[in-house]
Ligand binder design. Structure first.
Ligand SMILES: Nc1ncnc2c1ncn2[C@@H]1O[C@H](COP(=O)(O)OP(=O)(O)OP(=O)(O)O)[C@@H](O)[C@H]1O
Ligand SMILES: O=C(O)[C@H](O)CO
Length: 447
């Protein structure tokens, strides 16, 4: 999976860190997640703890989309085969499918073709009946890939407000509160269209804490957010939205437009949302591999966030403690964490949060022995670069000043590339946020 892996290894700690990264990404692969959580036995479709009698339905349709939409579509075909009657799924990573049409969309800013594809998907949702079982595939990136501008709003209005929100530093739940109130699809809109069919959503989560109404803007989830909050969020971040959006929010606040459906809405009576993979899925796989190799595993957290270069220092401090004093676990050990760190851009270079995390850690580790760290975005694309992340150890930084300058310029990619530290995977077809692995050997191993 990792391109030109031979160049990145070199020590047992680095090799294990890379193995752990591969195991984590593989475990979060939508195909594997669907194979593990969805099964068919005769007419009995089982999803997690729930089961559905296909004999009670006249048709099975597949809807939805997101970065993992292509892989999820081919995987659900693998389980249900001919039991699927039709389907439309929107993604930027298409796969070969037989029954389900996989249509294109764009990310992170929505596009015209995304609007066309989503319209086709919504047409199919509108055709569903009480006798339909609608399987909805939902994954990260869905908000941008599946634009459905509400009446009166144009694509360019949506693009403008999306770009402004992405650049504003707003949290994903805030960004999506606005998107949900500009859309005919998000914030439970798909559940509304598909009612009264039975809706079974399979969700690969890229949102810390798995808030269903935030993942891909919750097309089949209740929405507690309001038009008023959407307007307040825009004003909090100093965003002056296009006129059509301001007008829609105003009309919504005045009760002239129907609110997104909340948890009490009968539209959700026949909707089940199942999270089939998330950041924890990747961490569990790392834990198991570490254990298998004789390393003490520690899952630090699924929700590390904040400035990448700072979070890195805390991770290194924990690893140093493990190696020096055996607290909180005895080496040899593997510590892993998930979540999503960010970078406040001050310079003008190439890089991403996981690369900055790795370089900042490498500066701290400089000259030390026995600790290797790998950090990646599980979607394979870290920030503004074509790398997934990087692997480093105490030998990665020989010239601290150049490394610091690269961080100051937000230009760590070339620095890491020159030192054979970049992890490249290409688009992985999944997205469960960041994955970081620290491998700590025991001091005796160096003697
Ligand atoms: N040159 C750069 N160096 C470091 N970080 C950067 C650079 N350019 C952008 N970023 C950071 O990349 C982050 C966004 O990239 P990320 O890979 O998280 O993409 P995303 O599309 O927002 O999320 P996802 O990967 O979940 O789809 C932001 O924190 C941004 O500040
Ligand atoms: O599409 C989105 O809204 C984000 O990726 C969060 O799921």
């Amino acid at each position: 999976m990792i391109h030109e892996r031979e160049a990145l290894g070199g020590s047992p700690a680095r090799e294990l860190a890379l193995d752990c990264i591969e195991a984590g990404i593989e475990a979060a692969d939508p195909e594997r997640a669907i194979a593990e959580s969805v099964s068919l036995d005769g007419d009995r479709l089982t999803v997690g703890e729930r089961s559905y009698d296909l004999g009670a339905y006249e048709e099975v349709v597949v809807l939805g989309g997101g970065n993992a939409g292509g892989r999820m579509a081919s995987a659900i075909e693998g389980v249900l085969g001919d039991r699927i009657d039709r389907g439309v799924v929107v993604t930027d990573a298409p796969e070969e499918t037989e029954k389900i049409e996989v249509l294109p969309g764009d990310h992170p800013v929505p596009s015209e073709r995304g609007v066309d594809s989503t319209r086709r998907m919504l047409d199919l949702a509108n055709e569903t009946r009480e006798e339909t079982l609608a399987i909805v595939l939902i994954s990260g990136g869905g908000s941008a890939l599946m634009p459905a501008p509400a009446e009166g709003i144009s694509l360019s209005d949506l693009q403008e407000v999306t770009e402004a929100l992405l650049a504003s530093g707003a949290e994903i739940d805030e960004i999506n509160a606005v998107r949900k109130h500009c859309s005919a699809f998000k914030g439970g809109g798909l559940a509304r269209r598909a009612a009264p069919s039975t809706v079974v959503s399979l969700i690969v989560s890229d949102v810390i804490g798995n808030d269903l109404s935030t993942i891909a803007s919750g097309p089949t989830a209740p929405d507690a957010r309001t038009f008023e909050e959407a307007r307040e969020i825009l004003s909090r971040y100093g965003i002056d939205p296009p006129e059509a959006i301001a007008e829609r929010l105003e009309r919504g606040v005045n009760g002239e437009i129907e609110e997104t459906p909340d948890a009490g809405d009968p539209v959700f009576d026949r909707v089940d949302n199942h999270v089939i993979a998330d950041g924890f899925t990747a961490l569990e796989a790392v834990r198991d591999l570490a254990d298998e190799r004789g390393y003490e595993p520690l899952i630090l957290s699924t929700s590390v966030r904040g400035e990448a270069r700072e979070a890195a220092k805390t991770h290194v401090a924990v690893a140093e403690e493990v190696r020096r004093t055996g607290h909180p676990i005895e080496p040899p050990a593997v510590i892993c964490s998930g979540g999503e760190t960010t970078v406040t851009i001050r310079g003008d270079g190439t890089g991403g949060p996981n690369q900055e995390f790795a370089l900042s850690a490498a500066i701290e580790l400089r000259g030390s022995e026995g600790i290797a760290l790998a950090s990646v975005d599980t979607d394979g694309i870290d920030g503004a670069s074509d790398a997934a992340g990087a692997v480093v150890d105490g030998e990665s930084v020989s010239d601290r000043e150049t490394a610091r300058a690269a961080l100051a310029e937000n230009d760590v990619y070339p620095y890491l590339e020159e030192r054979d530290s970049l992890i490249e995977t290409g688009a992985t077809g999944t997205n469960v946020n960041d994955l970081r692995v620290l491998v700590i050997t025991s001091p005796e191993a160096n003697r």
